[in-house]
Design a protein around this ligand. Sequence first.
Ligand SMILES: [Zn+2]
Ligand SMILES: [Zn+2]
Ligand SMILES: [Zn+2]
Length: 318
Amino acid sequence: MTLFANAVESIQIGVEDLLKNDDRRVLSAVRNVHAGVLLLCKEKLRRLSPDDEILLAQRFEPQPNDQGDVSIEGVGRNTVGVEDIKKRFKSFHVALDWKRFDAMADIRHHMEHSYFKGSRERARQAVADALLVIRQLLVEALQEDPLSALGPECWTALLENADLFEVELKSCRMTLEEVDWDTAAAARALPDFACPSCHSALIRQRDPDNKSRQNVVLICSACGEEAELGPVLSLAFDETFGIETHIAVKDGGEPPISTCPECSEETYVVEEARCAACDFELPGDAQCAVCGNGLSTEEYYEHDGLCSYHAYVASKDD
Ligand SMILES: [Zn+2]
Ligand SMILES: [Zn+2]
Ligand SMILES: [Zn+2]
């Protein structure tokens, strides 16, 4: 069987698993669809290779050839892994929504490594993410028509699944929309809200009518676990501000989010000088009682209104 046929078959089997009304098959649905997507990536690398499938090899080295020249040949039997697929796609200018790809892989990882093996909702989300990646791979990267490549049954099921997931997601998100979040950062991170236990995006307010941040109790529609706002925000901020944090750290600047001294979550919003998860706030006029210098969050909280230097001096006087 060709690599392409293998990829198609794996996706079709995964979709059949999902359609079966059998909870024992949801993990297998996610596994098969994920495997199929990886195979589609490899098919693209195969087509990009001159005639020797060299881009599928994990490692290659220069070797002398019969003509007395040097040729590059694959060594070992391992095929290319995800990190190298990403690098090679980038080098060869093949665009792919890696965020979706990673989200799908993350769900698979979670389902395989947690006690909770996952529900139909988790599988639904993974397959909904997969749909967009599959469409991009088939249409843009491989110039194949999804309907004829996957067959009408499989393609329609993929589209319907994505619609169903969207409806569920919308109804969960609606319970969060009216809350007064107190920080712009929390409002901005809403699209990245996910369950800390199973990473499903289907997280909603237990009381859909509550509007106060202090009273928010979250519950996951996928695994049924309750979640506190702190861990949910901390996880969401990681996504929302990940790139900005990365750049700030690289340039030696201050990251947009830091640890809250009060609740210890990664939810202190530097620009807004307050925590998005609890009531901790740095007063605008926070300054050292001795020298009048402005105080950092840590100084304000830990040194009782003194800057680090005068806190040190005071501790020596004792
Ligand atoms: Zn959950
Ligand atoms: Zn806090
Ligand atoms: Zn001072």
